[in-house]
Design a binder for this molecule. Structure first.
Ligand code: HEM
Length: 387
């Protein structure tokens, strides 16, 4: 199928919400904001509100196909997961009878993008942000000391991890990815979810995120305890405790937090409400710019403590976002990213690539160097060149 059929134009992030993007370009800022303010409303619940655990359980083990098998079975990392995964993976490999190449993963990437763009009236017109949140929550459970958690085993498929408060609403993203999994049963859930995070960033006008396959599906026993993901009501010490545990430093904490340029908080998921920026389906450094340029005040409401911009009251910041300008060490990085989007894209790309590989033993990866997955637009351009 030609991409032009299902994608209207560049990074349909922008096209996904053409009204907003076009109006933003046409109108003076204040007028746009006034209009925009009206546009946001609490969205209806996403599709597939039911849990996908049953199908997910059935799919367990049908992954780690092809070249991964060799690396996995011959390493210490492999021994951890035991024989059931080994036989499951081998069965999948035999059944699939092929070793997936970069081209095969590109097909998966494209299937993800197609679904991402079929969001219609959901939120701001793209499933990209919630897919990125899934990839991050499946990776951000990593503990560098015990070497547990991370994206390797995709344990968010299992309860109780699926039901951890921090993961509220991610059933929407998991259910969407289940459709892709059915099309490409050979891919592991960890690879699928992280590839979806990569596709979300790249197709919403962000930088390339180096990525490579190699994650395997694990068991409920490998699920992580609650409390490993950050709690948005807390401060700088908490952020450091959580992210240092994953192996990140202050600069990386600030760089990763800029992902909140995308998407929005939902009252029925986290309790918080609203978007961080005026263009929630296009990745820009506006998150940092707005932190510095707007006056932020505590929102007066019956929800959890969050900030709103004084001028339009249509944007929000979490307490953990706001510490990026109140903590001295965080602030200097936040300022450098507000001043220079290229610098932020470079640092963000590096930190996200690291994040998505947390918890995956190096020997499991099918290639020593991560790949750059081409965007849909780049694939189209290449096809044109060949004509
Ligand atoms: C720094 C600590 C972080 C905290 C406390 C935090 C907290 C939150 C909260 C409370 C929400 C709202 C969820 C909802 O109601 O739907 C959210 C959404 C989101 N987060 Fe974070 N987050 C953090 C870091 C990150 C990182 C590192 C990334 C990615 C690299 C990320 C990506 C996102 C995205 C894309 C959304 C929007 C999801 C949507 O629109 O459905 N966050 N985050």
């Amino acid at each position: 199928m030609s991409f032009s059929v299902f994608r209207t134009s560049l990074r349909s992030a922008r096209a996904a919400n053409p009204l907003l993007q076009r109006r933003a370009a046409q109108l003076p800022k204040a007028q746009f904001r006034a209009e925009f303010n009206r546009k946001f409303s609490t969205p209806p619940p996403g599709p597939g509100a039911k849990s996908s655990n049953t199908t997910l359980y059935l799919g367990l083990g049908a992954a780690a196909a092809g070249g991964l098998a060799y690396y996995f079975y011959n390493t210490d990392g492999g021994k951890e997961a035991g024989t059931a995964v080994r036989s499951g993976a081998q069965a999948a490999k035999v059944a699939a009878n092929f070793v997936p190449t970069k081209d095969d993963y590109t097909k998966v990437y494209n299937a993800i993008v197609k679904i991402m763009d079929e969001a219609g009236e959901y939120d701001d017109g793209s499933y990209g942000p919630v897919l990125l949140r899934l990839a991050w929550h499946s990776s951000g459970t990593y503990d560098k000391d015990s070497k547990t958690g991370g994206s390797n085993y995709a344990t968010m498929r299992f309860e109780p991890e699926a039901k951890h408060g921090a993961n509220n609403g991610l059933n929407v993203a998991r259910d969407l990815m289940e459709k892709v999994k059915q099309q490409f049963p050979w891919i592991s859930y960890g690879d699928l979810w992280t590839l979806a995070g990569v596709a979300a960033i790249q197709e919403m006008a962000g930088p390339h995120i180096p990525w490579r396959p190699g994650r395997i599906d694990g068991f409920a026993a490998q699920a992580t305890p609650d409390g490993r993901l950050p709690d948005a009501t807390q401060g700088a010490d908490h952020l450091r405790n959580i992210f240092y545990r994953m192996g990140f430093n202050d600069q990386e904490i600030v760089a990763l937090s800029g992902a909140h340029a995308l998407g929005r908080a939902h009252k029925d998921r986290s309790g918080f409400d609203g978007p961080w920026t005026f263009s929630p389906t296009t990745l820009t450094n506006d998150f940092y710019k707005l932190l510095f340029d707007e006056k932020w005040v505590w929102k007066r409401w019956d929800g959890p403590k969050q900030l709103e911009d004084k001028k339009t009251k249509s944007l929000m910041m979490l307490p953990t976002d706001y510490v990026l300008v109140t903590d001295k060490s965080f602030k200097k990085y936040a300022k450098s990213y507000a001043d220079n989007q290229d610098l932020w894209f470079k640092d963000f790309s590096k930190a996200v690539a690291t994040l998505f590989e947390l918890g995956v033993p190096t020997e499991q990866f099918v290639t020593p160097e991560p790949w750059i997955m081409p965007t849909v637009e780049e694939q189209e351009a290449k096809k044109e060149e060949k004509k």
